[in-house]
Design a protein around this ligand. Structure first.
Ligand code: PAF
Length: 280
């Protein structure tokens, strides 16, 4: 496995692979890799001749009061997992290389980014789109693999790739969960044992919503009420940020919740913000 920190070296390697007729799949990550990322790498491995995992904690997608400083960094373990998964190159550029001191160009998606997480995380998807487009330009992948847990990110990146004519296919891998249903996330490491014990409530609330909507078409307020009842059983431990029902590609709110509707949830447990979703 090649370990590349320079943008120039990564670009040269990608070009050499392309010149030899090899296809490339990119798995963009912020490190602190876990079994969810391993599932993305497995999918990438099946898709393409060469797999690149980028590890870059992208400062511009964090707001001023968000957890950039606390975001877990586990470089050695990340490299070991990538090696075990048969990754061909791990790309870990520095912040200074990715963003010149006078960096002044950003990519902004202006519709899908405004809902769900975009309401409270202003600038987040601008940061995501900017870094993902930079990674596409550097790694020149034929495929890019993302996780369903970040359903809004998937929709926004797809829209960016479509609107800016990026020659890359976006693929989505189902969320990987702990045995109690908690969606794997690098942020789970920041939960205290007591917080970790209540965190599966998010999945329970989503399952309750899905059960309700499988038996009959429901209104969004009825689904929200059902989910809030599950989450409120934990008292004030879980602070709900949003519960939304939308069409997965456009993120437009739906009038009735039925087959194919995205039910998305964001909540804070202590200082940790968690998101999860299901598609009915
Ligand atoms: O999902 C993530 O880990 C990040 O948002 C991404 C796509 C790597 C961009 O920094």
């Amino acid at each position: 496995m090649r370990r590349l920190s320079s943008i120039c070296a990564m670009r040269k390697q990608a070009q050499a692979w392309r010149d030899s007729g090899l296809s490339i799949a990119l798995v963009p990550t912020m490190g602190a890799l876990h079994a969810g990322h391993a599932a993305l790498m497995r999918r990438a491995r099946r898709l393409a001749d060469r797999v690149v995992v980028s590890v870059f904690v992208n400062p511009i997608q964090f707001g001023p009061r968000e957890d950039l400083a606390q975001y877990p960094r586990t470089a050695k373990r990340d490299a070991a997992l990538c090696r075990d998964m048969g990754v061909d190159a791990i790309f870990f550029p520095s912040v200074a290389d990715m963003y010149a001191a006078d960096h002044s160009v950003f990519v902004e998606e202006t519709a899908l980014s405004r809902t769900l997480c975009g309401r409270t995380r202003s600038g987040h998807f601008r940061g995501v789109c900017t870094v993902v487009l930079k990674l596409f330009n550097i790694v020149q992948p034929h495929f890019a693999v993302f996780g369903q847990k970040d359903a809004q990110q998937v929709a926004v990146v797809r829209r960016m790739a479509r609107d800016l004519n990026c020659p890359v296919r976006i693929l989505v891998v189902p969320t990987v969960r702990e045995s109690d249903g908690l969606a794997l996330s690098s942020r789970n490491a920041r939960l205290t044992p007591a917080e970790r014990a209540v965190a599966p409530a998010l999945w329970r609330a989503l399952q309750a919503a899905r059960r309700l909507c499988r038996s009959k078409r429901c209104s969004p307020p009825a689904v929200r009420k059902e989910m809030e009842a599950v989450l409120r059983a934990y008292g004030r431990t879980i602070a709900i940020e949003y519960i939304e029902m939308a069409e997965p590609r456009t993120l437009r709110p739906v009038q009735t919740v039925g087959r194919g509707t995205l039910i998305a949830l964001a909540a804070r447990i202590g200082t940790v913000r968690l998101i999860d979703n299901v598609v009915v």
